[in-house]
Design a protein around this ligand. Structure first.
Ligand code: RFL
Ligand code: PHB
Length: 389
């Protein structure tokens, strides 16, 4: 078959790009190696910046998000047993939207089906060819048959472990990486959130996060060892560990219940540069990873897609330059979000080598933060998301 843009990966980046391109009259196909059920079963992000909300609206998939999502005006940080609120809206005039990645993906999948746009799930052995030329191709296997897609561009939206970045010859790509010596153990439950806003907790036993998906569904995390096996963590052990890291009055209000999902995520900072290789364009986790502490991963995937959509639209309208600046524009925003996510992670977690000096530095930084409107504004403007330039 022939199309204009072959999109690899049906995560939020691939599906959002497909929807926006279709809106601009640009033909596209999405090739995804997993089943739709598998894609929807991954429990990931929960916080959307206004920029991501605007792009979902632009793609015409925002209706349920505005009905069911929870706008949050603030966020809390807890240290030395004290909860402190950052007034996001008061400090920046902006807020964030709590709406799960699962729901975003669901809405995008439904819109793609309703628009009759071609999507191939369980596309195996995707291979890229000729992206250094003007006539790239993608090959894949489905039900034992090999298929070929001739296209103008390949959009690599296939996540950190995908085939697109891996297809770039090593001499054309530079990577930067930091791996953190701990993970996050997450638990999802049908219990009301312990507090109306998110609470990020600094504690000597390790970091914890109280998040949510709705007024009746909660998502909690505790920092854990990378050697931990999720099977060793009973629900009771999780709740006990979480309570031990919360202030006593907050722990007393925590409603516990059976887990719907429990998993361990490693933490990593990673950037690949550039993001364009001839007619292959990377977007989202395929090009960069942030530790989840700043809630930036899904939001960066959305802003990459925003820049890519603008670039491809300009290209097809005959305007020069849009795609030439894609990588540079996207990376300028990515590096700032990498910095913020690394900073929040460094501030809030217990590291093996934190020691008493490191602990005092974290305490001093947190004490400074809550004594300074300037410092709180810096945190708030990064948390709600920097503007797309
Ligand atoms: P995805 O979601 O990984 O989707 C990539 C898709 O590509 C498919 N694929 C392939 N398809 C065809 N052929 C191949 N060879 C393929 N290889 C892979 C995969 O099956 C998949 O469907 O990447 P995308 O679209 O770039 O989206 C990125 C986001 O998923 C990610 O950044 C966020 O989930 C990160 N993240 C968070 N981001 C936020 O903005 N706010 C948060 O609150 C937040 N919390 C989180 C997070 C990530 C977490 N984990 C588990 C990593 C919390 C956690 C715990
Ligand atoms: C989540 O709800 O999964 C979540 C929220 C905020 C974060 C990370 C994850 O920083």
């Amino acid at each position: 078959m022939k199309t204009q843009v072959a999109i690899i990966g049906a995560g939020p980046a691939g599906l959002l790009l497909g929807q926006l391109l279709a809106k601009s009259g640009i033909a596209n196909i999405v090739l995804e190696q997993r089943s739709p059920e598998y894609v929807l079963g991954r429990i990931r992000a929960g916080v959307l910046e206004q920029t991501a909300v605007d792009l979902l609206d632009e793609a015409g998939v925002g209706a349920r998000m505005h009905r069911e999502g929870l706008p949050h005006d603030g966020v809390e940080l807890c240290f030395a047993g004290q909860r402190h609120r950052i007034d996001l809206h008061g400090l920046t005039g902006k807020r964030v939207m709590v709406y799960g990645q699962t729901e975003v993906t669901h809405d995008l999948m439904d819109a793609r089906t309703a628009a009759g746009l071609p999507t191939v799930y369980e596309a195996q052995d995707v291979r890229l060819e000729g992206f250094a030329s003007d006539t790239p191709r993608v090959h894949y296997e489905k039900d034992g048959v090999t298929h070929t897609v001739d296209c103008d561009f390949i959009a690599g939206c296939d996540g950190f472990h995908g085939v697109c970045r891996a297809s770039v010859p090593a001499e054309h790509i530079t990577t930067h990486e930091k791996v953190y010596p701990f993970g996050w153990l997450g638990l999802l439950s049908d219990t009301p959130p312990v507090s109306p806003e998110l609470i990020y907790v600094h504690h000597e036993r390790g970091f914890a996060l109280c998040s949510q998906r709705s007024k009746t569904r909660s998502r909690y995390y505790v920092q854990c060892s990378l050697q931990d096996d999720v099977a060793q963590w009973s629900d009771d052990a999780f709740w006990e560990e979480l309570k031990s890291r919360l202030p006593a009055d907050t722990a007393a209000q925590l409603v516990t219940g059976a887990s719907l999902e429990k998993s361990i995520a490693p933490l990593r900072s990673f950037v690949a540069e550039p993001m364009r290789f001839g007619r292959l364009l990377l977007a989202g986790d395929a090009a960069h990873i942030v530790p989840p502490t700043g809630a930036k991963g899904l939001n960066l995937a959305a802003s990459d897609v925003g820049y890519l959509w603008q670039g491809l639209t300009e290209h097809y309208r005959g305007g020069a330059g849009g795609l030439d600046h894609y990588s540079e524009r996207a990376l300028a925003r990515i590096w700032k979000a990498e910095r913020f996510s690394w900073w929040m992670t460094s501030l809030m977690h217990r590291f093996p080598d934190t020691g008493s000096f490191g602990e005092r530095m974290q305490q001093a930084e947190l004490a400074y933060l809550f004594g300074s409107t300037a410092a709180m504004t810096v945190l708030a403007e990064n948390y709600v998301g920097l503007p797309m330039r």
